[in-house]
Ligand binder design. Structure first.
Ligand code: 9WN
Length: 420
């Protein structure tokens, strides 16, 4: 195990670009939002100062309206598409114009607790500054992405889910035109095998959405009106709820009572809304396409993520765990991000089937919270096992355990440090 811990430290050091960590060299040469939150939790296990730094560098890209973008382009690089010239966000530090799942608040609590334990100087002031940024972002989610106050937040681009080409988006994305004003000059397929990446048609739709939102001047109200893709999504909402709980805890600890009450209000609303997305016939939760008004019942990992932020009635948690077990049968490395028996399942193609260490991390937390320690333990053991035998790959083929995508991957190193 020491050998692998050393390798995890080495990867995080190698991917350091000056206080922030790139997901992996060349394929992803900038700072990504939820990657950095996971990485900060990894750093919190051995270097609290560096963990704070990761989050502090991320909020350098925060917008005036509170949004924290999904990519912060701290330094130029020509190894990734789409770069700042495609996003056209005219932010002082160039950034993308969309966001990503708010793991940030979970990370902030973990870093704060590690700092308390270590008696780190100046920790309270650093936590407070980051908490203020997290609160602004939290309010942004509830205004820009849930203007009707339903308690579920919506995504306007599949990249915002972090699960870019998931089958969950197939129907909604099919309504987005493949025409673009911007030439689609992919770089990703020059770094990893094209058969492991989203398809060209997906990219054309992804860029169509970027063009559409750039032409709204990135104004959230205009985007909401014009969005050709609008999904109230359970994975992101569950992460927002868990982050909301962690921010509420921090606000109370730092005696910010009115902020804590405000957060408690958001959390209660979202708890109820998420519970309403449970479908007992499927033994999982479903997202909703706000354009068609239909449930999204494609079977993906997102359906189980609400365990992270909810305390389910035991009948529900037992049913969800039994369904997860079914999906995992015959898999060398669970948890498959798409149910293996369905026709669109592809065990090596990005978010259409593979197992991801960070998704397992969130599922493990959700299973523990909901009284399923055995399943949590076996998921943890298989995640650690996959990393120890295949290395710190971006993700794993669940049927063979083969490491796929980018190598020397930061969030896989962070997950290992957290779990091992
Ligand atoms: C687009 C960095 C990111 C992750 C996402 C993952 C992938 C980007 C891409 O890489 O997305 O944001 O170009 O494929 O899907 O979850 O944050 O690791």
């Amino acid at each position: 195990m020491t050998k692998h811990l050393d390798e995890a430290y080495r990867i995080l050091a190698a991917n350091d670009r000056g206080g922030y960590t790139v997901p992996t060299d060349r394929l992803y040469p900038f700072q990504w939002n939820w990657d950095s939150a996971f990485v900060a939790m990894g750093f919190s296990t051995y270097d609290v100062d560096r963990a704070y730094r990761e989050l502090e560098r991320l909020i350098e890209g925060q917008w005036a309206d509170g949004m924290i973008p999904h990519i912060i382009f701290h330094q130029p690089s020509d190894t990734y598409f789409p770069g700042p010239d495609v996003w056209r966000t005219s932010h002082t530090i160039p950034t993308s114009g969309i966001t990503q799942p708010p793991v940030f608040g979970m990370a902030l609590r973990a870093v704060h607790e590690a700092a308390e334990k270590a008696g780190t100087d100046g920790a309270t002031a650093r936590t407070l500054a980051l908490l203020r940024a997290a609160l602004k972002w939290h309010r942004w989610w509830y205004t820009a992405r849930d203007p009707e106050g339903t308690g579920l937040v919506a995504l306007l681009h599949p990249w915002e889910s972090g699960s870019d080409n998931s089958p969950a988006w197939d129907l909604a994305l099919a309504q987005v035109p493949t025409t673009t004003d911007t030439p689609v000059v992919r770089k990703d397929t020059g770094h990893v095998d094209a058969s492991m990446r989203p398809r060209d048609e997906d990219y054309r739709r992804f860029i169509h959405l970027v063009d559409a939102y750039a032409s709204c001047g990135w104004d959230p109200v205009k985007q909401w009106e014009k969005a050709p893709f609008k999904v109230a999504e359970v994975q992101t909402t569950a992460i927002l709820l868990k982050t909301g709980e962690d921010l509420e805890y921090l606000a109370r600890t730092l005696e910010l009572e009115s902020e804590a009450e405000e957060l408690a209000g958001y959390n209660a609303r979202t708890r109820n809304a998420l519970l309403g997305q449970w479908r007992s016939s499927l033994s999982r939760f479903v997202s909703r396409d706000l354009i068609s008004g239909q449930d999204i019942d494609a079977p993906t990992q997102a359906g189980f993520l609400p365990l992270l932020g909810l305390d389910l009635d035991p009948n529900m948690s037992t049913a969800a765990a039994a369904e997860m077990k079914l999906w995992s049968e015959g898999m060398k490395v669970p948890f498959p991000t798409t149910k293996p028996s369905i026709s669109v399942w592809e065990p090596k193609r990005y978010w259409r089937g593979p197992a991801w260490a960070v998704i397992n991390w969130l599922l493990i937390d959700g299973l523990i919270r909901n009284g399923q320690p055995d399943m949590a333990q076996s998921l943890r053991a298989s995640t650690i096992g996959a990393i120890e035998s295949e290395g710190f790959a971006e993700y794993f083929d669940p049927t063979t355990g083969e490491g796929c995508g980018g190598l020397g991957f930061s969030w896989t190193a962070a997950a290992y440090l957290w779990m091992a």
